[in-house]
Design a protein around this ligand. Structure first.
Ligand SMILES: *Cc1c(COP(=O)(O)O)cnc(C)c1O
Length: 389
């Protein structure tokens, strides 16, 4: 459905995405493959559009969270390899095979189920073995006393009929955190991962084609972990401190417009709950951006949106569909003027920090009623409204 609105929208700068991809490619070198993480609708940027660009630029792999996300890409002309990081019910194995989708395998029980289903439908399911080296989420437990059972389980999984173990991977828990303890933890995870691979490859008498573990933090800080392929998400979209350090650009700019302006006398309570009262004559603008669009209500009365005349403090409680900003003295900002919520002027990192969260949560929260406007070579190439047409 094409958007007819000019209310609030997310500009997705595909030129910035291409820039980030090329920069990261330079960083990892020619011998390392690039997997782009496009789960959660590419962190809110639109997984189909982002995947098309990555495919065109020559990325090697994509990763999503679920089979529905993977099939959406297949039905929209994405032909490159796709890895599902999360759980897929065994009933869906024939579809995984039909659509040439690679599945993460995180334990013995799943390896057995997937093998049985693949054999039943007469196909081969490509898998990547997931090793839990300290994230304590998904994967074969291999730390400490679990080393032997973990390695044996992985070897068994890799030998089952109907499965083709193309890769093996693990996930870092604190690679993006500062401090010596986090560095030690990450190094321990990596060391364990390498020991597991060595032992499994020795016992199986074959090598994995794709060993991968480097997420955003590791791509930025631990080059020794690049192995055969890296797996960044956030960096690709250009957010966080590492993106700044590496000269990457923010891909999403969230914009809204001033829909009405009123002048209130001193002592006027603004919005639900009256948590903000004007102290003098105040020029208040309403912008159609509220928590149903993805704003965080916890930011009420303690953040600012960016106008062409500088930051406008947000006043009063943020509502479902709108919020109020203080335009006192900003006479060049009028009804219809553009206001940036986050993006190139108003850093998403600062807004996330104010909300006590991480940039990931802010872009993922941009809801489907916010149209995505795609920009390529400086021109608008597509407007997509995610509401049903
Ligand atoms: C989400 C995810 C990534 C990407 O993480 P970033 O911090 O965005 O780089 C990589 N690997 C796995 C397994 C993930 O779930």
């Amino acid at each position: 459905m094409e958007s007819t609105l000019r209310r609030t929208w997310a500009e997705i700068d595909l030129d910035a995405l291409a820039h980030n991809y090329h920069k990261l490619r330079e960083r990892i070198g020619a011998d390392v493959k690039f997997l782009g993480v496009v789960k959660a609708d590419a962190y809110g940027h639109g997984s189909v559009q982002v995947s098309h660009l990555l495919q065109e630029l020559g990325a090697d792999y994509l990763a999503v969270s679920s089979i529905d996300e993977a099939v959406e890409l297949r039905l929209n002309d994405v032909t490159m390899p796709i890895l599902i990081l999360g759980h897929t019910p065994k009933e869906q194995v024939s579809r995984l095979i039909k659509y040439h989708i690679t599945q993460a395998v995180s334990c013995e029980a799943k390896a057995l189920e997937y093998s049985e289903e693949a054999v039943k439908c007469g196909g081969i399911l490509k898998i990547h073995i997931k090793v839990d080296t300290g994230m304590s989420r998904l994967g074969y437990l291999c730390d400490g006393d679990h080393f032997e059972t973990g390695v044996a389980g992985i070897c068994h999984g890799c030998s089952l009929p109907g499965l083709d173990a193309e890769g093996i991977f693990t996930h870092f828990a604190v690679s993006d955190e500062p401090g010596e303890d986090c560095k030690k933890y990450t190094e321990h995870q990596f060391d364990l991962f390498m020991r597991v691979i060595e032992e499994v490859e020795k016992r199986l008498g074959r090598k994995f084609a794709l060993r991968h573990c480097a997420n955003t933090g590791a791509v930025a800080r631990y080059p020794e972990t690049f192995l055969d392929m890296v797996r960044p998400g956030l960096l690709l979209y250009g957010y966080g401190e590492f993106a700044d350090e590496l000269g990457l650009l923010p891909v999403m700019t969230l914009k809204t417009t001033v829909s009405t302006i009123k002048i209130y006398p001193a002592g006027t309570a603004i919005s639900y709950g009256g948590i903000f009262k004007t102290e003098h004559t105040t020029r208040i603008g309403v912008v159609p951006y509220g928590y149903a669009d993805g704003f965080f209500r916890c930011l009420s009365n303690r953040c600012a949106l960016m106008t062409k005349e500088g930051p406008a403090p947000q006043r009063g409680k943020i509502c479902m569909d709108m919020c109020m900003i203080d335009l006192t003295g900003k006479m060049g900002v009028d009804v219809g003027s553009e206001v940036e919520v986050f993006g190139k002027q108003n850093s998403i990192n600062d807004l996330a920090a104010l909300a006590g969260t991480i940039p990931y949560e802010l872009t993922c929260a941009v809801s489907k009623r916010v149209p995505r406007i795609y920009i390529r070579n400086g021109k608008v190439v597509e407007k997509e409204l995610l509401l049903r047409g």
